[in-house]
Design a protein around this ligand. Sequence first.
Ligand code: 5AD
Ligand code: SF4
Length: 423
Amino acid sequence: MNVADSELIEGILQKEGFLQAESINDASAIFINTCAVRDHAEAKVHSRLGNFNRIKKEKPDVIIGMLGCMAQNLKDEILENKPYVDIVLGPDSYRKLPNLINNRLKDQKHIVDTKLSRFEVYDGLFPSRKEGINAWVSIMRGCDKFCTFCIVPFTRGRERSRSPESIVQEIEQAISNGFVEITLLGQNVNSYKFNGFDFTDLLLEVSKISGLERLRYTSPHPSDVNERLLQIMADTPNICNSIHFPLQAGSNKILKRMNRTYTKDHFLHYAQMIRDIIPGVGISTDIIVGFPGETEEDFQETLDVMDQIKFDSAFTFKYSSRPYTKAIEYDDHINEDIKQERLERLIELQKEHTLIRNQELVGETVKVLVEKESKKSDKYWSGRTDSNKWVIFEKGKVNVKEIIPVRITAAHGVTLRGQIEGN
Ligand code: 5AD
Ligand code: SF4
């Protein structure tokens, strides 16, 4: 989401005649687009701001701006403790950036704008994308789910969706600029709704755009995944057979405390439905360990769900207390060592599952989109399967952006090895 927002901000600035500097040392303004979802993300921003401060000490005219979720969340602290930050802008205020830079050039006052909007979806603005394979296209913003651990509803505000027309127009432009894969984005992507047009309607509409080889989306909420969506994914060739299906926790007690609105059984039922309806599907997930009140038994339930589903991959996190959220008020927070120990056990189990899922593909021929040269050798390409797994294979006569049949020859950890069929 932040990559997409940064491209949007760059597009807004370019439209007004601003140019990207060759390097940070040549820049007359430096912006950092921030994430507040976990403490760790914020710590990285604080350390980066320290570097910007050193630059500003040498070049006092440089404008420093902090944009996005942390700006929303920490504006008072920034103004008080980091006076070298000139501009603080929340996620619904990016349109104002060109004007605010010009204001700041005229006046030394700090500029803060973190008002959230019920309507801003940045329609009619085109993000500045580097030439590539995948274009991120934001289709909705904000979140109304209020999971009790999550700061997003507070930093990004209420859910609102873009019109299908403007989404289609942006995708057509991205394709004419050479992109072959589109990932539809939203904090809660499948809550998309525009005048009765829902997420599945949109997915189907977008899939018809000519030249679109692959269509993905992220991140859905399990409560908004339904049979019609899965059927359309299965029946439409350019919609990838990969789905992010965030578990967060396995025990009903913790899921309820998280306000996730589904139970363990509901989640297992839908995970099975995903595997039954979409052939060869890859399922990824997000899991949090050490949510307040999580006992060893609760944690075992998370491991049990993992054992039953065997996710293809997982993003795993230690619970991090976030301001404004309900979970911060619980009085049974888990000690850091226990969180760490649970995280390590979870990662070990996921590694086994990833290997099992990847080994199932050995001997199979799958369609791979050639994306880039392998980091290991210039004789190899790396590309992704429809189900979102990286494969490395000898270059042969194919080129980037082609979709080709690759026979999987080995699975080591997360990466697959393969051979172009017929080579
Ligand atoms: N602590 C740990 N992980 C979190 N996430 C969101 N908020 C928190 C938090 N307070 C994770 C969730 C979500 C992913 C984007 O980040 O797993 O799905
Ligand atoms: Fe956060 Fe939950 Fe909304 Fe996802 S659905 S952005 S985890 S509140």
